[in-house]
Design a protein around this ligand. Structure first.
Ligand code: FAD
Length: 346
């Protein structure tokens, strides 16, 4: 077993930011070893493979008509064959719907470790790499004998109150899905030559027939990828005030989320709900506006790097999780905050 595979997922014509973050941590981990980083693209993403040049030692492009559009059955076939052939030490995925369909099936097929919701990866004994600057050649943070040593993978548990670290033995194949923003994408390394290998993947016919595909409405900023998330809770009172959230999010180039209280009341779409039964976000900055901080909400944002809470009640649980707190009426604080941000960024 050697090297790391990164499954590269795109949205439209661009790879997800998580792809670049995973490639960066994979480069850092393999920097001090003979292992190589293989960027794996399949189906529709094959057309984007040139965007990965210089970011991995090798691009493995899996082609088969059955891989487009996405079908979990076909993707598992193609990836399982590629992983068995290449025998990597670990396969890294970005968290998301497609990963949730593919990774557990692959793990069952290959008898591999499958860990989801991960936020850090390192060679056993090395310092934590998560959220740090990881660049190829930076063996100080994560380098080590990746191929001969155990890997450590960390994940939040109990609503982010604790982190559990799984030790994956050197002879174990690891499949791990990481939250967006777990690693710094860093700069593209200088002088890394990428070999491109196109392979016709052996794929059995899918057991699932795609009958119809319906596109959603106009795409808003993706909550799970956003570096800044501004979330409104019941304290926002009603949709007539949601513009205040959108204004602040726009000023910070972020996305807007909602608590379940607003979604259950029919005031916001479930697609934008943050929490246990909604989206898991991991932004650099999370601003909770009129959100009480119930554990089910916290479970969806507990790995945000910096949390700001605005709440009229100084005893609201959200303040226990906040790095910065404002005790006040959101309807007054938000316009003032947005004005300050605009002034500071214009
Ligand atoms: C199985 C399960 C899954 C769940 N999943 C989720 C989930 O995914 N996401 C989620 O969010 N919840 C989820 N919940 C619900 C969760 O437990 C809470 O009920 C919900 O998060 C509360 O939403 P809230 O904070 O907006 O409302 P509230 O708890 O009512 O809090 C409103 C807050 O606004 C403050 N406030 C009021 N007026 C103002 C003002 N003018 N200015 C400033 N602050 C003000 C109040 O002090 C209060 O703290 C789940 C519950 C269960 C049982």
């Amino acid at each position: 077993m050697s090297g790391l595979y990164v499954i590269c997922e795109a949205r439209g014509e661009e790879f997800r930011p998580a792809t670049y973050e995973l490639l960066a941590v994979a480069r850092a981990i393999t920097a001090a070893t003979d292992g190589e980083v293989t960027a794996v693209v399949a189906g529709p993403e094959v057309a984007l493979k040139s965007k990965l040049e210089g970011l991995a030692h090798r691009v493995l492009a899996l082609t088969a008509p059955e891989l487009t559009p996405f079908s979990a059955d076909s993707w598992v076939d193609a990836l399982a064959t590629a992983i068995e052939a290449g025998s990597p030490r670990a396969v890294l995925f970005g968290e998301g719907g497609r990963t949730r369909e593919v990774m557990p099936r692959l793990a069952a097929r290959l008898g591999a470790w499958a860990l989801s919701n991960c936020v850090d990866l390192r060679v056993s004994g090395a310092a934590a790499a998560g959220a740090g600057s990881v660049e190829a050649g930076d063996s100080g943070a994560t380098g080590g004998a990746a191929d001969g040593a155990a890997l450590e993978v960390s994940r939040p548990v109990y609503g982010g109150k604790a982190y559990v670290t799984n030790l994956v033995p050197a002879d174990g194949l690891l499949l791990a899905a990481f939250r967006p923003h777990s690693f710094d994408a860093g700069m593209a390394p200088a002088g890394l030559t990428t070999a491109v290998e196109e392979v016709a993947a052996p794929v059995a016919a899918s057991r699932v027939e795609l009958v119809e595909r319906r596109e959603g409405g106009p795409r808003k900023a993706d909550l799970t990828e956003a570096a800044v998330v501004v979330t409104g809770g019941r304290g926002m009172k009603g949709p007539e005030n949601f513009g205040l959230l959108e204004d602040l999010a726009a000023a910070l180039e972020g996305a807007v989320g909602y608590s379940r209280a607003l979604v259950d009341a029919g005031l916001a779409e479930h697609a934008f709900q943050v929490g246990k039964s909604g989206k898991t976000v991991s932004p650099t900055l999370y601003i909770a506006c009129g959100v009480s901080g119930a554990i089910h909400h916290i479970m969806g944002m507990d790995t945000a790097k910096v949390v700001v809470a605005i709440n009229i009640d100084p005893t609201a649980p959200i303040f226990e999780y906040a790095d910065y707190g404002v005790v006040g009426d959101v309807l007054q604080v938000l316009p003032a905050l947005t004005e300050q941000v605009r002034a500071a960024t214009s």
